[in-house]
Ligand binder design. Structure first.
Ligand code: SF4
Ligand SMILES: [Zn+2]
Length: 434
């Protein structure tokens, strides 16, 4: 187990306690009782204007990478699986353990309660939990309920899309899934985050190897589906330039691996993430301020300029990306998440850059994005951006930055026993080639 797993477990501890209490309470009930208690639940739906897909976020057990034996941790930039409904996730999990068929019915009901039975052709439907081939979250019974003969889609949408962890994919499971969905016109989204394996696993806590990603891509393509890879623009605790470098390295490799589409995810600040921890606990830390990682209100958040610059460089590097990309987590979930912004959240440049990215996605014309990359340099926020980039040069290499940030996070989390943890972390750092 890497130290990042300890870090994330510690950050999530208050929620883990609430979760365990709710799970234990629900475990004392019988399956039918739990089912009756939850049967009114509705999935969460995100409806984008055309031509974007409709996102159906089903009520499920939540992410089993994030929930292990009741201890919550998961990827360091993510809180999707738990934050929305900690208590309900725990109760749903109790039902899943007690009665797999009732669980599958509940997942179906969460869809039906919101949208009923679909009887006319729709565009692209993202129908997802956290990991749609995880045996706990998406056993075959769920596919049967949702997509069998009497399922909720009586007419197949034009295109399906599912989010699946690369380490959950194997041929048998894909065959099972496609047996219900039919072959073709299905996208499978895998979270790659960054192709640098050390950063992905020792810092983002993804726990997915390069090998698993490459195998998953081949298997998905062999099964006749399309692969969408999700990558980050902005890695928790790293500098803007380091984040751009990791992003470009990821895009280059994924194009080589022939993924069909890449979705960029600018880093948002959400509760219970690593960068939120840095924001809440270390934004006045002298060592982090010195290298520009702690940066007042802006700590732990990507700049919009970085998102635009990263995209512009990616299109210059790989023109074939045009037409095969999307930008996620960009205009939704405004609730408790803080989205990427420039120096001043109220400055009109944020809205302007958002509109440019949005138009680029719709028209696939990169000209405006490329022009804006130049004109944005006149915005009053840009001077501050340049100052920050200059300051962040002191952070040195990715290895150096991770080492400084990791040490400060460990000291803040374990003020009485940080030495041993830092020693362990330094050992892990030895294998980081950056
Ligand atoms: S990014 Fe995916 S795998 Fe990681 S914690 Fe979030 S839902 Fe789970
Ligand atoms: Zn501005």
């Amino acid at each position: 187990m890497y130290i990042i797993q300890d870090i994330m477990t510690e950050i999530w501890e208050p929620i883990s306690n609430t979760y365990k209490e709710a799970y234990e309470k629900a475990s004392k009930m019988d399956a039918k009782e739990i089912f009756e208690k939850l049967r009114h639940l509705e999935m969460f739906i995100v409806e984008y204007p055309d031509p974007y897909p409709k996102m159906n976020l089903l009520v499920t057990t939540g992410c089993h990478h994030a929930i292990k034996d009741g201890n919550i941790s998961g990827c360091s930039m993510c809180n999707d699986s738990i934050s929305r409904m900690t208590d309900s996730f725990a109760v749903v999990n109790a039902l899943r353990h007690k009665d797999i068929d009732l669980y599958a019915k509940l997942v179906r009901l969460s869809f039906e309660n919101k949208r009923g039975i679909i009887r006319e052709q729709m565009g692209t439907e993202v129908v997802t939990g956290c990991d749609c081939l995880n045996e706990m979250e998406f056993p075959e019974q769920v596919f049967k309920e949702m997509f069998g003969c009497n399922g909720v889609f009586q007419v197949r949408p034009f295109r399906y899309s599912f989010e699946i962890r690369a380490d959950s994919i194997n041929k048998e499971k894909l065959d099972m899934m496609l047996g219900y969905l039919g072959r073709g016109r299905t996208y499978i989204e895998i979270g790659v985050e960054v192709v640098n394996e050390w950063v992905r696993n020792h810092w983002i806590n993804k726990n997915v190897t390069d090998n698993q990603i490459e195998t998953a891509i081949s298997l998905i393509r062999e099964a006749g589906c399309k692969v969408n890879a999700n990558v980050l623009i902005g890695v928790p605790g790293l500098t803007e330039e380091q984040s751009i470098d990791l992003f470009l390295e990821s895009v280059k490799k994924l194009i080589e691996l022939k993924v069909d589409r890449i979705t960029f995810h600018p880093l948002n600040r959400k509760p219970y993430t690593l960068h939120n921890f840095i924001y809440e606990n270390l934004r006045d830390n002298d060592r982090l301020a010195e290298i520009g990682i702690a940066n007042g209100e802006h700590t732990g958040l990507t700049w919009m300029f970085t998102a635009v610059e990263a995209m512009a460089r990616a299109f210059e590097m790989t023109p074939q990306l045009k037409g095969n990309f999307g930008v996620g987590q960009f205009n939704i979930f405004r609730g408790s998440d803080v989205l990427a912004y420039n120096n001043d959240r109220e400055c009109q440049c944020n809205e302007q850059l958002f509109d440019v990215i949005d138009r680029a996605m719709k028209t696939l014309d990169m000209k405006e994005l490329m022009e804006t990359r130049e004109t944005m340099k006149k915005d009053k926020c840009y001077e501050e951006y340049l100052k920050l980039i200059e300051k962040q040069k002191k952070a040195g290499s990715i290895a150096n930055t991770v080492s400084i940030v990791g040490e400060e996070v460990i000291k803040a989390l374990w003020p009485d026993c940080w030495e041993k943890k830092i020693e362990k972390f330094k050992k892990e750092m030895e294998s980081l080639k950056a």
